[in-house]
Ligand binder design. Structure first.
Ligand code: HEM
Length: 213
């Protein structure tokens, strides 16, 4: 199935802003519930996580469906993960703590789950600022190595999520299941590619050995 999806890009860019508009709408109409700050923070964190998961799902979906032209969407969704994670962090700094740096410092030291959030954010930030084609060209092989850290970011974000959990386990377990499946898929593909390349080596050698002098 070969389909060109690049003409959907402007629509996708706009659609990814809907969660933000939805939050703004809820703020404007006082719809965030009794604990507005917490609700804002949680909603932005949830969307950062969702976009991270969507980014990670692109390669497996492309492999299974052979749907070409999706890789440019991986960068787009990754940038939205970075965008919503940045808003989540800004909400923590500006809305929750009004930039009271001493209190923020103490909170970060005392709340182990934030360490994992910070780790995830540092990675997502690094991937976001190096996501352009120019950076890819400039960084060469190290670009791929750096961008593999997206799995570390996903793991750290998952720990961050579970560690601060106050109640309902259903949603985080759902995200955990998805990331385990995506990671499982990557591992299976890695083994398959390794087996394939091992099968190719003896063939190459035989071809060289049987060459007439
Ligand atoms: C890529 C980075 C990050 C992602 C994907 C992320 C995602 C999340 C998610 C999904 C939640 C739980 C929301 C829920 O209960 O449904 C959460 C909660 C939280 N996050 Fe993050 N986070 C990230 C980085 C950070 C950073 C850097 C900080 C602080 C500096 C932070 C502070 C918090 C806090 C304080 C909560 C608890 C909110 C509450 O219940 O009051 N997060 N985050």
């Amino acid at each position: 199935m070969i389909m060109q999806v690049s003409n959907l890009r402007p629509f996708t860019v706009a659609a990814c802003l809907i969660p933000l508009l939805w939050v703004i709408f809820d703020i404007a109409f006082d719809n965030l519930g009794p604990n507005q700050m917490q609700a804002l923070h949680i909603r932005l964190g949830d969307w950062a996580l969702r976009f991270l998961w969507i980014t990670l799902a692109i390669t497996p979906v492309q492999t299974v469906t052979k749907w070409r032209g999706m890789s440019e969407y991986r960068q787009l969704f990754g940038l939205y993960a970075f965008f919503y994670a940045s808003l989540h962090v800004m909400a923590y700094l500006a809305v929750d703590h009004v930039f009271a740096w001493r209190i923020i410092g103490i909170d970060i030291i005392e709340s182990s789950y934030i360490w994992f959030g910070l780790l995830a954010y540092i990675i997502v930030f690094s991937l976001g600022i190096t996501s352009s084609k120019a950076s890819k060209k400039l960084m060469g092989k190290s670009w791929k190595k750096l961008h593999r850290f997206i799995y570390t970011a996903a793991g750290a974000a998952m720990i961050h999520y579970f560690w601060q959990l106050k109640g309902n386990l259903a949603e985080p377990l759902f995200y955990l299941l998805i990331i385990v499946m995506l990671l499982g898929f990557r591992i299976v593909m890695w083994f398959k590619n390794k087996q394939l390349s091992q099968m190719m080596i003896p063939k190459g050698r035989i071809a060289i050995d049987t060459e007439p002098d």
